[in-house]
Ligand binder design. Structure first.
Ligand SMILES: C[S@@+](CC[C@H](N)C(=O)[O-])C[C@H]1O[C@@H](n2cnc3c(N)ncnc32)[C@H](O)[C@@H]1O
Length: 276
């Protein structure tokens, strides 16, 4: 009787596996043919290639673990955990908000709002009196950008609303939505006043150089107000971002300490506090 039950269980497992195998095989035929038309399928093909060791873009920044930058016991809030194409991954979101919780920035600046998922999480994890500024290029200005955009940037610029995910949230009052092109935006009201910058606007090489230099000028330094942080998204994922950051680290002393957070596409520059 016992042997019969075990045999039935064995058959169920075997047929279960064969069914999944056939389903996956048929889906793969679709994925690599008609499925190519869908962006999410192209992303999946990229993940499969990476799984089997394909490296599209070589990175040069030194690697740093998230646990060496933040404490394990840091409590965080995660809002809108399920991301969509254009958002950071869940691990990246956790890394970003852990750094926010650790450094308690009072003024935060995000370049590239998109649907506002990261903006919302910056607001939820910063001190109650913090201000979160987030700049986005309106769809109407797509063809007036000062510098050449990366081809795929347009995909994220074309949307009806910037920051849809933070609308109506309890912490939305901390968020100040700004509109403009990061290459021509007047950052003068923010110079030397910002504690935390997240750069995730255009992924084109020249934009990343320009946004990085603007971010550095915005940092409040030398007044004893604590450690400052600049984070970039898509290092190692987009050629323009990767080349710009590798070059900045190599050529410009202010960016020499750039690091790549392991298992993410986040690059970071931690500027330690100096006493005034
Ligand atoms: C990849 S999405 C940002 C994702 C968002 N930071 C997140 O974490 O979910 C890029 C955003 O940058 C904006 N953008 C692209 N080029 C820009 C520019 N030159 N100036 C300002 N924003 C720009 C786009 O409109 C888009 O909303």
């Amino acid at each position: 009787m016992m042997g019969c039950t075990m045999f039935t269980a064995y058959l169920q497992r075997t047929f279960g596996f064969l069914f999944r195998y056939g389903y996956a095989l048929a889906s793969s035929v679709y994925l690599f043919t008609l499925g190519l038309a869908k962006n999410r399928n192209r992303i999946l093909i990229g993940s499969i290639a990476s799984h089997f060791g394909y490296v599209r873009i070589r990175t040069k920044l030194p690697k740093v673990s998230l646990s060496s930058l933040t404490a394990e016991e840091t409590a965080i809030q995660v809002r809108e955990a399920i991301g969509s194409d254009g958002n950071v991954t869940l691990l990246e979101l956790i890394a970003i908000v852990k750094l926010v919780q650790k450094h308690s920035p009072r003024r935060l600046m995000e370049l590239g709002t998109f649907d506002g998922r990261t903006t919302l999480n910056l607001a939820a994890n910063s001190p109650p009196d913090a201000e979160v500024f987030t700049l986005d290029l309106p769809q109407a200005d797509l063809h007036n950008a000062q510098l050449p955009l990366a081809a795929w940037d347009k995909h994220y610029i074309k949307k009806d609303v910037s920051g849809a995910r933070y609308q109506g949230a309890d912490c939305a009052g901390k968020i100040i939505q700004l509109f403009g092109d990061s290459a021509t935006f007047d950052f003068s009201p923010y110079l030397q006043t910002v504690d935390f910058v997240f750069i995730d606007a255009s992924h084109a090489y020249e934009y990343v150089l320009s946004d990085s230099r603007a971010a550095l000028k915005m940092l409040r330094r030398g007044d004893g107000s604590g450690t400052k942080v600049i984070l970039w998204h898509d290092y190692g994922e987009w050629e323009g971002v990767t080349r710009a950051l590798d070059e900045l680290a190599r050529r410009e002393p202010d960016f020499q300490e750039l690091q790549h957070i392991e298992k993410t596409s986040l690059a970071c520059l931690i500027v330690e506090a100096k006493t005034p």
